[in-house]
Design a protein around this ligand. Structure first.
Ligand code: ZN
Length: 585
């Protein structure tokens, strides 16, 4: 176990070091080598994908791969060259196959959070368990590591049972053998580090320092209640401060693990570098020249880039896609005399985690065990319904279940976020709640957690923004094709029960929406309205560009939690009427 305590930076006279467990290379007694080879194998954005992901989440562009269609099915005829990739048991095999001299596995965040039920069922202990088996040594924190809050992240690192749900069937959680690092995560109260800012590993007498960073935008993309009292500072300055400290301690070989990244040109080879310069590039090029390699994440893209550091030297900047589909191999030599990385020796490549290798038996067994355990949670009753709540659209475009979800999101955001109305994107309502019963039910309208999760599987956040009445009207106009937002087809947002309006089928775009009312009171152009939508919509998802112009963003609970709470509190729940929107010709 690594030490769980760490000193504030100014006091850090000694550097915490993990035990040396690396494989030594063959000794050459006559001519001692002047450099030590080090290999990093890195992953990012696993998001609890212990089982092989399916559909588009399973595909990765691969110039050497077979031809597959859009669903990832092998066709050999049409489509692009892709490989089907991912799955913890395959990842473990690939990690072993790429393990050489002095190899260590590190990561760049979002390993947990927004996870499938197999991991989410036990607060991602399943994923952390499996990552421990794979020998992970350190990871930067990602925004999703804060999904359940800072206190919960600390529990996951240190051990103990969940304060509400208790222990998993595996017993008391032992904590992780690695730390989530955050050099830019501070306690507001005293500016001390809320997470260990770095991790140092000794490799055959040389030390390699890892500095962890999470995107400074984290407060806008995680639930605010979980990160109260924390601040997320600008990444480059935070890392450079630690870099200078490490250098003074003689740790000159430095790697930054940063949970922030860039977008790439579509359909590029996973090891190519064509990125749209964004926050990732800004950080990768701005970091102190003492930093030798930058491993990134967050944008779920695959690239192997060389940026230029402030001293004019080339410096690698990499990312390995998401969901365990790609691992990045980074090799370099550390000079024993200067203790620094010989920058000209750095080489990096992305490897696709194909499923053509044998599964790692131990990891496959663990995944199967957690799968069986997650059934207990999947079958847990969270509420009851009086009749099927479906996803067949009424003529207005309302889905009964869409309306219900909007109601649940309004209820979840009224108190903390002062929400007045809520909208749900129709495409995010993934499956109906059927009646009678469920696989675990007795034909009495029981809704299980697994069924609720199937309806709301994305782990989106409920958020609240302020719009004027005029902006709200623009948002509703943007539901229809023909506007400057290029809506591909008409998408009717699902409104909460206290919001009503009328749209005209025949009116031109921009004049379709009228008679907007909140709790029966007409909306004026200039009034401010607190509107609850999920983070996907706040980001302008589904071509709702006007939602990006909202102000005073507040983040609430995950949509699945809001939904489950609502079902529990209002059981038995009847299908809501689809009378919130009036349609005229
Ligand atoms: Zn992220």
């Amino acid at each position: 176990m690594t030490s769980r305590s760490f000193l504030p930076l100014v006091l850090a006279g000694a550097i915490a070091m993990g035990g040396v467990t690396l494989v030594a290379g063959p000794a050459d007694a006559a001519r001692p080598e002047r450099t030590v080879p080090v290999r990093l194998l890195t992953i990012n954005d696993l998001h609890g994908n212990l089982e092989p992901p399916s559909g588009s989440a399973s595909r990765i562009l691969d110039p050497k791969g077979p031809l597959v269609d859009a669903d990832g099915k092998l066709t050999g005829i049409v489509g692009g060259k892709y490989s089907i990739a991912g799955g913890a048991a395959y990842l473990a095999t690939h990690l072993k196959q790429h393990t050489g001299r002095n190899t260590m596995v590190v990561a760049a965040g979002d390993l947990i959070g927004a996870s499938p039920l197999i991991s989410a069922a036990y607060h991602d202990e399943p994923t952390l368990d499996v990552l421990g088996q794979m020998g992970l040594k350190a990871s930067s924190a990602g925004n999703h590591e804060f999904d359940e809050g800072y206190t919960e992240l600390q529990r996951l690192m240190k051990g103990g049972c969940h304060p509400v749900d208790g222990c998993s069937p595996a017993g008391e959680w032992e904590g992780t053998d690695f730390d989530f690092l955050g050099a830019n995560v501070l306690k507001e109260r005293n500016d001390r580090y809320a997470l260990p800012p770095y991790f140092v590993k000794s490799v055959n007498g040389v030390k390699v320092g890892f500095i962890g960073l999470v995107t400074a935008t984290t407060p806008t993309i995680v639930s605010s209640s979980g990160i109260q009292g924390l601040k997320f500072t600008e990444e480059v300055a935070a890392a450079n401060k630690v870099s200078r400290l490490l250098a003074r301690q003689g740790v000159k070989a430095q790697v930054v693990l940063v949970h922030e990244g860039d977008q790439v040109t579509p359909n590029q080879d996973p090891s190519a570098c064509s990125v749209t310069p964004g926050n990732g590039s800004r950080i990768a090029s701005g970091l102190d020249p003492q930093v030798d390699v930058v491993v990134s994440g967050h944008s779920h893209q695959a690239y192997v880039c060389k940026t230029t550091d402030p001293a004019g030297q080339p410096r690698y900047y990499t990312q390995g896609s998401s969901f365990g589909r790609v691992l990045t191999q980074i090799d370099f030599q550390v000079d024993k005399r200067t203790r620094d990385v010989v920058r000209s020796t750095v080489a990096a490549a992305n490897h696709i985690v194909t499923r053509t290798v044998a599964e790692d038996r131990a990891v496959a067994d663990s995944v199967a065990l957690w799968k069986a355990r997650s059934a207990d949670i999947a079958n847990k009753q969270v509420g009851r319904i009086t009749a099927e709540i479906g996803i067949t659209a009424a003529p207005s475009g309302e889905l009964p279940l869409g309306n219900l979800i909007a109601d649940s999101q309004l209820e979840a955001t009224r108190t903390g976020g002062n929400a007045q109305i809520a909208f749900m994107n129709p495409g995010g309502v993934r499956a109906p709640l059927t009646h009678p019963g469920s696989p675990a039910g007795e034909g009495d309208g029981v809704v299980t957690y697994g069924e609720a999760f199937t309806v709301q599987p994305f782990n989106n956040l409920t958020q609240v923004i302020t719009l004027t009445g005029a902006q709200l009207k623009t948002v509703l106009e943007q539901q229809f094709v023909g506007g400057p937002n290029n809506q591909a087809f008409t998408k009717i947002l699902q409104p909460s029960s206290n919001f009503t309006y009328t749209y005209s089928r025949s009116a031109p775009w921009g004049s379709k929406v009228s008679a907007m009312k909140i709790d029966g009171v007409a909306v004026t152009d200039t009034q401010s309205i607190r509107v609850a939508v999920n983070n996907f919509l706040v980001g302008g998802g589904d071509a709702f560009a006007e939602l990006k112009n909202g102000t005073d963003l507040w983040s609430g609970p995950l949509d699945i939690d809001a939904f489950v709470d609502y079902l529990g509190k209002h059981s038995p729940v009847a299908p809501p009427a689809t009378d919130r929107i009036t349609v005229v010709d």
